[in-house]
Design a protein around this ligand. Structure first.
Ligand code: UDP
Length: 325
């Protein structure tokens, strides 16, 4: 059985949908930001808190867990700058409780959701796993701390891990049954689409004076189903002992500026956006683009979906939500 912590969240719930096809799955989630409806019916759902030793121990006590996938975290750069305690508590202290309990129950395999925010201000145009990691916000730092902890664990204990550094997750499941839903929403693509659906007056572009072609920030957007598939490959690599301690980037290898994303949303939807230019958002590097060569060569993973398909799937999801709300 595979334990998915945070399996009711955006990336976790999409991964569970893939994982139930190949394994028995238990989801542990405190539903602080996740949604019960997002958890596939084929998975067993337990409401519980990662930071509470009893909640985690209960699961390990009752079920034969072979591996843990850990998605449960706060993940907003801006929020982390103003509420660092929340990030160190939920992302670092709670994860340490999970890891300690894993050691106690002799569970050796761990897949960890990390982030491009660990790189900070990139020194390389295309970030590889060897690029320097100097995060510039508490969110990125909290994730990098766990990366260091699992690396140390793997050297000292019989403990194996794969860290997956996501670039900008976006898009929705092809079924239209799950997608991105954060409250409040802060991510670019959902915000643009909500605006185009008439749910927001306008879109704010945070900073137009970055050192990029059009002055707006460049990100590497990756379809959430592509991320989900990478987790299945990582799990197989750990379980068949092909890998024991690895870090992989997950991205498309191609960057799009905020302006380009807005234009693509307009093209896909056939609607025109109202855009205002505003100040930079604290904690944002100008450009984050992945090289995902390493995971391609070692595990055969490659992103299948490009920016248009990401936005098309997100548009389908947001349109359905709009009708239901
Ligand atoms: N962004 C923006 N307006 C918004 C939301 C985001 O200009 O309303 C920008 C943000 O500054 C960043 C990019 O869009 O450069 C992607 O931001 P998002 O919050 O989606 O993801 P992040 O890169 O923070 O993980």
């Amino acid at each position: 059985m595979i334990l998915v912590v945070g399996g009711a969240g955006y990336i976790g719930s999409h991964t569970v949908k893939e994982l139930v096809k190949v394994s028995e799955v238990i989801v542990l989630d405190n539903l602080s930001t996740g949604h019960r409806w997002a958890v596939d019916d084929r998975a067993l759902f337990i409401e519980g808190d990662l930071g509470k030793k009893e909640d985690v121990e209960k699961v390990f006590e009752m079920y034969p867990i072979e591996a843990v996938m850990h998605f449960a975290a706060n993940s907003l750069v801006g929020e982390s700058v103003v509420e660092p305690l929340k990030y160190y508590e939920n992302n670092v202290a709670s994860t340490l409780t999970l890891l300690k309990t894993m050691l106690k129950y002799n569970i050796k395999n761990f897949i960890f959701s990390s982030t491009a925010a660990t790189y900070g201000i990139p020194e390389d145009k295309l970030l590889t796993e060897q690029s320097a990691t100097n995060p510039i916000n508490p969110y990125g730092r909290s994730k990098l701390m766990i990366e260091h902890i699992v690396e140390d664990f793997s050297k000292a204990y019989d403990f194996h891990y794969i860290v997956l550094r996501y670039f900008n997750a976006a898009g929705a499941h092809e079924s239209g049954s799950i997608g991105e839903r954060h409250e409040p929403e802060t991510h670019l693509i959902p915000i643009i689409l909500q605006h185009l659906l008439g749910q927001r007056e306008k879109i704010s572009v945070f900073g137009t004076d970055y050192n990029t072609l059009d002055g707006t920030c460049i990100r590497d957007y990756i379809h959430v189903t592509d991320l989900a598939r990478a987790h299945i490959l990582a799990l197989q690599a750990l379980l068949n002992k092909q890998k024991q301690a690895e870090v992989y980037n997950l991205g498309n290898g191609k960057g799009y500026s905020v302006e380009e994303v807005i234009q693509t949303c307009e093209r896909v939807t056939g609607l025109q956006a109202i855009v205002e230019k505003t100040e930079r958002r604290p904690g944002d590097p100008a450009q984050l683009v992945a090289s995902a060569e390493k995971i391609y060569h070692e595990l055969g993973w490659k992103a299948q979906f490009g920016i248009e398909q990401i936005i098309e799937s997100a548009w389908r999801w947001h349109s359905i939500q709009n009708k239901n709300d």
